[in-house]
Design a protein around this ligand. Sequence first.
Ligand SMILES: NC(=O)c1ccc[n+]([C@@H]2O[C@H](COP(=O)([O-])OP(=O)(O)OC[C@H]3O[C@@H](n4cnc5c(N)ncnc54)[C@H](OP(=O)(O)O)[C@@H]3O)[C@@H](O)[C@H]2O)c1
Length: 305
Amino acid sequence: MNSTPSHPPGTASEPVTIIGLGKMGTTLARLLLRAGRDVTVWNRSSDKAGPLAREGAKLAPSAAHAVTAGKLIIVCVHDYTASDQILHEPSVARALAGRTLVQLTTASPQEARDAETWAHTQGASYLDGAIQAAPAQMGQADTTILISGNKPVFQQAEATLKLFAGNLTFLGEKISTAAALDLATLSYVYGATLGFFHGAIIAETEGFRVDDYGAIVAKIAPAFGEFLKYEGVVIQSGNFTSTESPLSISTEATARLVDTARASGINEELPEFFSRYFKRAEAAGYGNEEVAAVIKTMRRYPATP
Ligand SMILES: NC(=O)c1ccc[n+]([C@@H]2O[C@H](COP(=O)([O-])OP(=O)(O)OC[C@H]3O[C@@H](n4cnc5c(N)ncnc54)[C@H](OP(=O)(O)O)[C@@H]3O)[C@@H](O)[C@H]2O)c1
């Protein structure tokens, strides 16, 4: 089962296969169908393919048939263990030869490296992507997918992948980069999310509506994004000379968060956690440097200035 479709790669006529019809895979298939693309789908539980068949997708009877039907094979399942269970089945692995496999299943950097090596061994090209949006946010001009892999392979798949994410961001040929940067953005998101939750407790304690607090945060978020972008420039340059935000301001602000939590009788774990970092950086002599100087005490554990 290894007849390569005759359609030229990277064109609108190129047949695409989607493996995995969870919430995200179903959305990806639907976006392709709406763009008039030739789409074959396969999912372990075949009942999930029914609605897509009514919208024009071809249902493959097996994963191997699904791979054979496409030139671009997009996989979006729970994790790489699930993906390996599907792709490593011998008839599926054989069918991948001469095709491009695009992994949109979330991975670790090592999983991405292993998957690329394995795909190349099967004679397939390989791209590794990390989706930065929920299913309902897919297909918009500002939807982001981070992607890494061989550049000519990316360029052939680009027009198709742009149907999923207008902000398709190619990160270069090192295959693990998309997975690594997915972890980096997750670190930012979870830090901000827990900070937001502590802020919600402060709002509640003061009798302020938490939905109104959320609206305030949404208004300041773009400016905060610009601030973080600038801190990234500072860290990259290695020049921590303060311009507007000396680190000592953050030492005082986080100490105020701790004091206020104690005075109000609310949980003080998160403010104490924040405060520890800034106090340590100030004790290391970075108080008058740009706030990003705190990173100099974070790179190693236990912390060393
Ligand atoms: N949903 C999001 O908001 C979001 C955002 C960014 C990235 N992602 C990533 O997208 C990927 C898919 O997410 P999702 O939300 O679509 O997940 P989901 O709705 O939970 O769907 C999981 C999919 O994996 C399949 N699967 C699980 N274990 C399997 C196995 N052992 N063998 C074969 N198939 C298996 C399921 O098949 P069955 O239907 O047969 O169970 C289903 O197709 C994940 O890697 C996720 O991290 C999701």
